[in-house]
Ligand binder design. Structure first.
Ligand code: FMN
Length: 336
């Protein structure tokens, strides 16, 4: 089905195609036309971060930033959904165009800049859909919050979302918010995570449960930086690391149309680097902290490669755009 629809979608501006595709999936879910494929219901189920995942294939952050499409995404058969990145206050993101296809490389470049409707809208969307499955909420800082006050945004957003989140992701790796990635530096990261860990304790006590925190990192980190990050994630008692976000590198796409656009590159060209990060983290973390693998997963083999490299769960975004929703079922069947 998707192979028939894709040429039409790809003839449109990418962001418009995104909106139309999501509106169609929403409609299909409302009419009950879409039911999760049987094969994806309980395939390779696992417990990670203390949560039970029916299958290990998740929706990566950024596709449903406002949690406005949860029923439609759940009907595709994902084992878990991650919504966001959400910021405390609404913000428009960067001027359009800000999303570009590189079809020859099955890749995208985006500089969306955390366009989102803010945490209040996200929470009301989540409340109204009464989703039963695992829901991660990915949080970030507003673009106009100075970087030395970033922690205030993360703490504020964490406090607001934790009651409705199965787990909360701390996104410090988007390349499209000025200086955000500096929060991956050892001193900055330790300060941020220790403040979040303290707040997590306080919120967890009143909720009577542990609130898992995952930290999402960039693929553009050196071995030494990864080592520091791994140590801090353990010492601050984080629950998972998500590897990786999009890359600033243009390896594998030079000369292709749109390859010089500013932003983060995703899809096939980031696969090798994401896999290397997963491997390096796995070695360093020695199984003490689960890894959620993301980056260029676009078929059963690349999904298995991420899991074999040490990931406990995987997520997909760009693969969904190029291969369509059947990709989820394809991966689940292969894992069966
Ligand atoms: C258009 C677009 C928007 C994204 N927005 C976010 C975001 O808001 N927060 C985030 O943590 N990651 C975001 N990502 C990164 C993805 O979640 C994922 O980490 C990255 O694209 C690599 O996976 P992929 O190759 O399967 O796309 C975005 C990716 C794309 C393509």
């Amino acid at each position: 089905m998707y192979t028939l629809v894709r040429p039409f979608l790809f003839s449109l501006d990418p962001e418009r195609a995104h909106d139309i595709a999501l509106a169609s999936l929403d409609l299909a879910a409302q009419l009950g036309l879409h039911k999760p494929p049987q094969s994806s219901q309980h395939i390779a189920p696992r417990t990670v971060m203390g949560l039970s995942f029916p299958n290990p294939v998740g929706l990566a952050a950024g596709l449903d930033k406002n949690a406005a499409h949860i029923p439609a995404m759940a009907a595709l058969g994902f084992g878990f959904l991650e919504v966001g990145t959400i910021t405390p206050r609404p913000q428009p993101g960067n001027p359009k165009p800000r999303l570009f296809r590189l079809p020859e490389a099955e890749a995208l470049i985006n500089r969306m800049g955390f366009n989102n409707q803010g945490v209040d809208v996200l929470l009301s969307n989540i409340r109204s859909c009464k989703h039963q499955g695992i829901l991660g909420i990915n949080i970030g800082k507003n673009f106009d919050t100075p970087i030395d006050r970033a922690a205030e945004d993360y703490l504020n957003a964490f406090r607001r979302v934790q009651g409705l989140a199965s787990y909360v992701t701390i996104n410090i790796s988007s390349p499209n918010t000025q200086n955000l990635r500096t929060l991956q530096g050892a001193a900055e990261l330790k300060a941020l995570l220790s403040a979040l860990a303290a707040l997590r304790e306080e919120c967890g006590r009143s909720q009577g449960r542990h609130i898992p925190i995952a930290v999402k990192i960039a693929p553009d980190l050196s071995e030494a930086e990864l080592d520091d990050i791994a140590d801090i994630l353990l010492s601050e008692k984080m629950d998972a690391v998500i590897a990786t976000n999009t890359t600033l590198s243009r390896d594998g796409v030079s000369g292709l149309r749109n390859s010089q656009e500013t932003g983060g590159l995703s899809g096939l060209p980031v696969r090798k680097r994401s896999l290397a990060v997963i491997k390096a983290l796995h070695k360093r973390l020695e199984g003490k902290l689960p890894i959620i693998g993301v980056g260029g997963i676009s078929d059963a083999d690349s999904a298995k490669a991420a899991l074999d490299a040490g990931a406990s769960l995987i997520q997909i975004y760009t693969g969904l755009i190029y291969r369509g929703p059947a990709l989820i079922d394809e991966i689940c069947r292969a894992l069966d």
